[in-house]
Structures are given as structure tokens and as C-alpha cells.
Design a protein around this ligand. Sequence first.
Ligand code: AMP
Ligand code: MG
Length: 406
Amino acid sequence: MMLSVAEALARILAPFSPLAGEVVGIDRAVGRVLAEPVAARLSQPPAAVSAMDGYAVRGTDIARLPAKLKVIGTIAAGMSPEMPVNAGEAARIFTGAILPPGADTVVIQENCARDGDVVSVGEGSNKPGQHVRAAGNDFRLGEIGLSAGRQLTARDIAFAAAMNWPNLTVTRRPRIALLSTGDELQHPGEPLGPAQIVASNGIGLAALVTACGGESINLGIARDNMADLNRALDGARGADVLVTTGGASVGELDLIQRALQEKGADLDFWKIAMRPGKPVMFGTLDKLPVLGLPGNPVSALVTATLFLRPIVERLLGRTDAETGPSMARLGTALKANDQRQDYLRATVGRGPDGGLVATPFAKQDSAMLSLIAKADALIIRPPHAPAANAGDLTEILPLAGGCLSI
Ligand code: AMP
Ligand code: MG
């Protein structure tokens, strides 16, 4: 029996919970995930302030217009006005400045004419109470501004800074050890023998881990023999997760399972009802969770997107969902599907009505990196999906934004 993608994901995520928090300077916190909620350490604005450049007045004085008022002073942002604005008076005021006692309204300067210490407020000016930001209008002392589990954007950082936090407590970055296996593999940029290929999986997965907010540990390439695999696996100590690629099928040279088991790993070897990426291994080596992904480059990236990304997000304690599936119309007809959930590499454009149109590449070879790199999305075809026509709605997993930008 093959496992469904949903079942495999549930089993994989079961042992993971968020990592501990660490304190970082707010200027280094963008992209990190909050481990604790952030409450305002002050109210903003601290007192009623002017929203415009103009004159602070008493609303009753401009109930009937035009009005002439005596200007008693000037208040700029940063000043603490003490002199009250009494009936018949006004104070010149600038944006962000605290309203003087007695004033409850700002008339904008465009509606005023100044002559010495007298300001005339013209007909058609704003109403009493306008252009004032009340104390705590943005946020109040003690209010929770940002909740735990949120991946911090630049906007969040500005907000947290305004709430007067110089440091933030974020979850530690998950450490993901990555091991590639295969006699045929060579590091990128090295001279290649006639039968060698470049090991792209480790690099690609490291990039995905980084984009998801994790930290990758490069265990390099292990050759297809037990001694080398054993040596390489020892390097995973201290990681939060070990991810291997390749060597996970049932060929004689697919030794990764044996090497892990000889070290005492408790492993499940699954066939997942999906395409690409059928063989996936999951278990623990001592206390270290191990995820074994297929070697085929597209399979490795797709299974990492479906299973490794959620692990990293769980370890980070993320509660704000990453870009999930969305809907598009098919650009071409598709045949009925078999029992495996398909993830078809596709381009996404806009149809005449502005809606998304997803068109699968004609070739869906799980070794073709050129196409997954060009793909905008994966079209998700559930097991036993009936034949579909161009224009039918389909679920897609967009490959853009956050760590889905693989
Ligand atoms: P395997 O599961 O080891 O049989 O690998 C399946 C296919 O993926 C083979 O064609 C391998 O050459 C290829 N492959 C395995 N690991 C990598 C890697 N790290 N980078 C690129 N291709 C790989
Ligand atoms: Mg291999």
C-alpha cells in the first residue's frame, strides 16, 4: 500500500515542535519567526497630536466660519505644550506635534490666512475635532501588536520598533544537515569525469532551507559504500534534522537505508502515492529525525517542498501559513490520473478574464531541472482525478514567494 501525501506529511510532522527562542537585535530580525508575542511598551501616539500642519483651535471656535483667532504660539513635533489655547485663540502647529491644553481640533493651513498674530479661518474649512490623532490611536500600552509564530516582515520590524523593542525573541534557526549520495556525483565547478554529473540536490536543498529560515549543514557527498556513508552520517551530530538524497530506492547500490539501520536508526521506508518522488524514508537515528529524499533532482525538490519545508516551518514555530495551494484554469486538457498524486511542472499566465491559467510542460521527466527551474507552479492532480479539459479549474501550488521560491 502506498501512503498518501497527506498521511506521509502527518507522520513526518508528528515528532516536531517549535525550537527554543533566542534574543536578536531588531535590526537582524527580519525573516525570523517570533517566539513570543510582542506587546506595546507604550501608547502611540503618547498624547493627542496634530495630523497636519495648521492651527490648533477649540472646536467650538470654528463651529461658525469664517472665524478670526489670536495666535498665541507655535508648537512643533517634540515639544510639550503647556500654555492652554483659550476661547478665541489658536496655536500654530505642525504634523506630529502634541495638541496644547484646550485645543481639540486642527484647521489645515491651506484654509487659513495669517496676518501678524491673527489667523482667519475661511469658510468651508474642516469640522471641529478633525485632523487630530487621539492618544493611543495606533496602539496602546500592553496591547499585543505581533503574535508569536509570525515570520517578521520589514513592516513588522518597523511596528515592533515603534512599540519600543530594541531586541526580539525569535526561534532558533533549525539546523538541517544535508547529505548527497552517489558514486557519479561531483561538486559544482570541479572537473568532471565522462560518467560524472554535478551534485545539484544538496545545493538546491540548502537554498530552500535558507529561504525557509533554516540553516543548512553541508555534509557533502557520500560514495555508494558503507564506509563512506558511515563517515558522512557521523557529521550530522548536532543537527535538528538529517536529510539525505539518493540511494533511497531498492537497487543494490541504494545503501542509505542499510547504513542508517546499522547505526541503529528506526526507519520507515515509504512509497508515497505521488509523482515525482515516490520513495521517501523517514525515521530517527538516536534522537535525530532523518528524512531520506529521492535522488532525481526534480523529485528531491518537489518532496523537499512538500515535506522538508513544513518541517522547517514547524521547527520555527510558524503559525502564519506559507503560500498554500490556489486555483487556476488548465491551459491544456489532461488525461485521467492513476493512483498517484501528480505534481505537474507548469507555467502560469493570465487568461482573457485576468484569471490564472496553468499550462503543464509537455515533458514531465523527474530528472529535468531546466523545467522545474522555469516552472511557476505545480499543478496538483489528486489520485484518480478524471480527465480534464482546458479551462477546467485545478489546484496549483505556486512556486514563488518565501521559501517556495525554489
Ligand atoms: P538514486 O536514488 O541514487 O538512484 O538517484 C536517482 C537519480 O538521481 C540518479 O540518476 C542520480 O544520478 C541522480 N542523483 C542522485 N543524487 C543526485 C544529486 N545530489 N544531484 C543530482 N542528481 C542526483
Ligand atoms: Mg545513487
